[in-house]
Write a new protein. Sequence first.
Length: 184
Amino acid sequence: MKFFVDTADVKEIKDLYQLGLVDGVTTNPSLILKSGGSIAEVTRQICDIVEGPVSAEVVATEFPQMMKEAQVLAKIAKNVCIKVPLTLDGLKACRAIRNDLGREVNVTLCFSANQALLAAKAGATFISPFVGRVDDTGADGMELISEIRTIYDNYDYKTEILVASVHTVNHVKQAALIGADVIT
Ligand code: E4P
């Protein structure tokens, strides 16, 4: 199971990377805001440290603007993975970023197995189901991971399951038992 650190704190990333435990990084606009830098600056600094995929998220909600942002983010470094929200425009951007920019895409804000199926069909490199947030609604976040694992295996989708919104150590153990590809 790969470990992606979910932070935009450059010092924290450097320390964890030296331990040899970090396979990639996921950021989002709120994490970058907390770090005090701009999306471009902070993403560049992280890409200088980490070789694996570094997710940088678009903030636009509409397809044309998402594509403009994706082009800018893709130029920062070759390991930038463009993160888009799981909306219709986000799915459209996912396909276009894969096909036209040839970049990896992390489709985020996944709360259901059917949404994960749509993301796989749109060519997502990673799907990010938010297990902690699903638990908060009274449903079972890890059951969602199991369902997605079954669906992806049934049809041999190559999209990797990136378990996000991890709030307990049990989430980590369950993700490994289910066979999730990545945990944050
Ligand atoms: C992903 O981009 C998010 O940072 C994240 O995994 C959400 O986690 P939270 O539910 O702990 O805010």
